[in-house]
Structures are given as structure tokens and as C-alpha cells.
Design a protein around this ligand. Sequence first.
Ligand SMILES: [Zn+2]
Ligand SMILES: [Zn+2]
Length: 255
Amino acid sequence: MQTVTKDLRDVFCVVKEIIYPGRCPVCDGILNTFEIKDGKLQRGGLIHRECAKKIRYVKPPTCIKCGKSLKGVYADGEFCEDCAKIKHAYDRGFSVFEYRSVSGSIYRFKYMGRQEYADFYANATKKVLGKKLKELGIDLIMPVPMYSRKAAERGYNQAEVYAGRLSKLLDIPMRSDLVVRTRNTLPMKNLDVRGRRNNLKKAFNIQRNDVKFKCVLIIDDIYTTGSTIDEISRLLRMAGVKKVYFLTLAIGQTT
Ligand SMILES: [Zn+2]
Ligand SMILES: [Zn+2]
């Protein structure tokens, strides 16, 4: 009986894909529902094969704190330029892609309703970081929360969509209500470090009585200065969480 239900579900998925074909996270073109691979008809991939070559993954050596690729004069050190100066509240971070190679993709994922890219993102994450993340002993995945009115306008919180796919793939529970954003904050890109910190003051609230987790992974789409993740890390620590890690889809060079 179970296989029948599974078969039916597969058929349903294929039909859905034919009616609403998926889109490539790099070029946004339509993906094939089926393709010929090694002489056999197979289900199509989550990205065009040619487009996959355009994506740059974060490569070692990386900063032992934020996980950014170390380049130039910093290549021989342990920390990147930012982490050498700022003390972060989280333990360590990881990112999957070099920001520049996926900036358009993440923009569409965030603002243009392309939630489906999350399947590719989560698969890629599992492939390059799955083992490492498993070793950390994470007992909870949580997305960076979005202010509720903003999420309602946009229809979804992209960090939560990505975190949800990842939670399933890595088999680690996700909670998106542990920390809430209590007010809308200004866009961070025009603020300096102090401005960013003031901007985030009392922006988040934690459901303290609920926290029985020891090791949490915070999920976001892009890592820039880390001030948002630091703010949430502080709250989690105050509530008794021992280890706080973060994972973002993309990270840039120095900011
Ligand atoms: Zn493509
Ligand atoms: Zn760093």
C-alpha cells in the first residue's frame, strides 16, 4: 500500500513539473522535467548542467570564525580582516557560495518569488557541508526571523524556506518561532558597524521558556558583517544555548 501511495505521489510530482516546470537558479530558464543521461531517460536536474559551472563555492583556506575565503595578505592567517577586528557572539559560521557568483539568483529567491531555488540550494549545501554540519551536533535549525508585516507582504521569509528544505535533508528539526523580530529595522547596507548595532537593539525577542536546545544553527541567505547573527546569538546564549553556529547561502569578500 505504501509503495502505491509513493508511486502516486511521484506521478503527481511529475505532472506538476510538466505543468509548472522548475526554473534554473542561475539563468532562471526553464528546466527539463526529463533528460537523457548515459543513454537513459531520467528526471531532470535542479540546475542546467552548463549553468552549474558558473557557480563558485567557498573554498579553503577560510576564516576560522566566519568561514569566508581568505585571500591576498590574509591567505596565510586564521582570521579574515573583519574577524581580526570584531569579536563575534557566535562560535563559527559556514557558507556555501561566493556571493558574486549567485547574487542574481539570491535576489530572485528573495524578492521575485523563486522559492523553488531552495531545492537546489539545500542539495548543494548538503553536498558540500552536510558532513561537517552533522559533526557539530546541532539539535536545532532556526532561520533569521523576518518582521511579521514584511513577511506578510512578501508572502514568505526566504531564510525560512531554505532552512525548511535543509531541515528535511539533514534530518535536524527546525523552529521558526523561537526568536521573533519585534520591529522592522532599517536596511543595513547604508549603516556603519555602530549604526547596525543600534539598528538591531531590541529588534528581537526570544521565547525563553521554550529553549531546551544546546547547539543551534542560525540560517540566513547572505552574510555581510554578521551583526544580525551576533544579536540573535547573544539572545540564544542568554537563554542557555551552549553552541551557536550559522550557515548562510552566500558570503562575500571583505565587506
Ligand atoms: Zn540555467
Ligand atoms: Zn572572518
